[in-house]
Ligand binder design. Structure first.
Ligand code: AHR
Length: 516
């Protein structure tokens, strides 16, 4: 063999041996926390789409088979309370820019019907409207985030919605109408979206035009008082459309907005999304590559915002994110109903780590969507209900809500497939109000256990405990027949020795550790 080739083989041999035995290393800076992980990073999104609202949340107030309160499923409320849903975005999505809220209030049988043109042309009878949604948020203990119709509505219509929901009794015809509809006092509605995907289904606008439209709509959304100030979120960029963010930051007056949105879906190829459950390792790898792109997107959009807002007063709200695959065979193609496997648990764990680590700018995120649509946390079928692997990740991670983020330095082994590589490990950490530290770790490697060595600076922990979510196959999921096939269990592979913590993460697993 030629000398040159020998050298190449030797190099390949040494690097792959190094990769096998290299350690994943994390430095936990336990005394360097300064930013709070807003609980709203753990937010959700509910659209009038498929069976998210009808059949998911709402089964009608005359339903005799499924336990409900005013038509809202009680099993769903119970499950979501455990998740500690902080904020819920509604009524869309694309649907929001076709929605006229006045059609959805008042006596139900007098409410007009419409066609849901974005999602299958099905009849929308408006039986679930503003009162039902806001009362449901109160039941859930979640803050509502109303997505206003800017694409096909009017500034007056949006201004009236603000009055109907938030202004004090007796202050306008809108608040009189609210009282007539059974709700004398205002709800607490802080978060308002001004349009959705204005660059697409929300009106196909150019950003320069949208910025003007935004200013017009925002002008008439009056705050009642400063203690309950409304928080306005502009329809943000799609993926890497940095021009969109740049123009909004330049053109929107600072007193007229609080956050910019951002939408990013982990989709393999919009023309060929692939099955949610029956996928190859290559498809898994590509999905994870798309999911991990969130790090770059958040970093680059934030850098643009930094130029105009160095003090980070304005937030980035990733108000749609998640995995998107082909619908389940035999279901309506417009209903976006997909199963949820360990692949989705990997997307959730890795993405939430990214958001936690960027909590100085990312103050809200809304997983798409909460029930029966895309990367759902709950699936329902008549009276049956399934909690998905994504639900369990969100539940395990809710310890980070409103905790102080602890900065980590992560050096990860590579997950290699063919010629491509991704970081196998992702992590984030926080300290809660009781002084307890939590570290969430994800190993996305489809094949290898990863041993992680964590060096602890600035704390002297005495105990470690934790929970793990894992399964035998990355394609595994919870079905209506086996709803608890994948659930978190106690984790015993974390060993604390002085200021060193050694953790063995099985292939495609999510672990959350508690250090005291
Ligand atoms: O979440 C489904 C759809 O995806 C939303 O309606 C839209 O905003 C996005 O394109």
């Amino acid at each position: 063999m030629e000398k040159r080739f020998k050298r190449i083989f030797l190099f390949i041999g040494v690097t792959s041996a190094l990769n096998c035995y290299a350690q994943n290393e994390i430095v936990l800076n336990a005394d360097k926390g300064k930013d709070i992980i807003s609980k709203n990073i753990y937010g959700h999104f509910a659209e009038h789409l498929g069976h998210c609202i009808y059949g998911g949340f709402y089964v009608g107030d005359t339903n005799k088979t499924i336990p409900h309160k005013d038509g809202i499923r009680l099993d769903v409320i119970e499950a979501l309370k455990k998740l500690k849903v902080p904020v819920l975005r509604w009524p869309g999505g694309c649907f929001a820019d076709t929605y006229h809220w006045k059609d959805g209030v008042g006596v139900k049988k007098e409410r007009p019907s419409m066609l849901n043109v974005w999602w299958g042309n099905v009849k929308e009878d408006n039986s679930f409207g503003t009162n039902e949604f806001l009362n449901m948020c109160e039941l859930l203990g979640a803050e509502p985030y109303l997505s206003g119709n800017v694409g096909s509505g009017t500034p007056q219509e949006l201004s009236d919605w603000v009055k109907y929901t938030t202004h004090p009794n007796g202050s306008s015809p809108m608040t009189d109408w609210r009282q007539k509809n059974g709700r004398p006092n205002p709800w607490h509605v802080k978060f308002w979206g001004l349009g959705n995907e204005a660059w697409g289904c929300g009106g196909n606008m150019k950003v320069e035009y949208y910025a003007n439209v935004y200013r017009q709509y925002a002008t008439f959304m009056t705050n009642w008082n400063n203690s309950d100030r409304i928080y306005r979120i502009a329809s943000g960029a799609s993926d890497a459309d940095y021009h969109w963010t740049e123009v909004l930051m330049k053109e929107l007056p600072a007193n007229m907005f609080d956050a910019l949105g951002l939408h990013h879906y982990s989709v393999i190829d919009w023309g060929k999304k692939g099955s949610a459950t029956s996928f190859s390792e290559q498809e898994y790898f590509t999905t994870m590559k798309r999911a991990l792109l969130m790090e770059e997107l958040v970093t680059k959009h934030s850098a643009i915002m930094d130029k105009y807002d160095p003090q980070k007063k304005k937030a980035l709200a990733v108000d749609e994110w998640g995995g998107w695959y082909d619908v389940e065979p035999g279901t309506n193609g417009a209903f976006l109903f997909q199963q949820n496997t360990m692949r989705d648990a990997m997307i959730a764990g890795a993405t939430l780590n990214i958001f936690n680590n960027h909590c100085d700018r990312v103050k809200m995120a809304n997983l798409a969507q909460i029930i029966n649509v895309l990367q759902a946390v709950i699936l329902t079928k008549e009276e049956k209900l399934v909690l998905t692997p994504t639900y369990h990740v969100m539940e395990m991670y809710n310890v980070h809500q409103d905790a102080t983020m602890l900065p980590l330095e992560v050096s990860s082994n590579k997950y290699i497939l063919g010629k491509d590589t991704l970081n196998a490990i992702s992590a984030s950490a926080s300290k809660d109000k009781n002084g307890v530290t939590h570290i969430s770790l994800v190993n996305i490697d489809a094949n290898k256990t990863q041993t992680v060595s964590i060096n602890i600076n600035g704390a002297d922990y005495k105990t470690v405990s934790g929970r793990i979510l894992r399964s035998d196959k990355i394609q595994n999921y919870n079905s209506f027949e086996k709803p608890t096939a994948i659930v978190p269990v106690s984790f015993t592979d974390a060993k604390l020795n002085g200021n060193k913590l050694e953790v063995k993460l099985p292939a495609f697993s999510v672990v959350v550790l508690e250090l005291k």
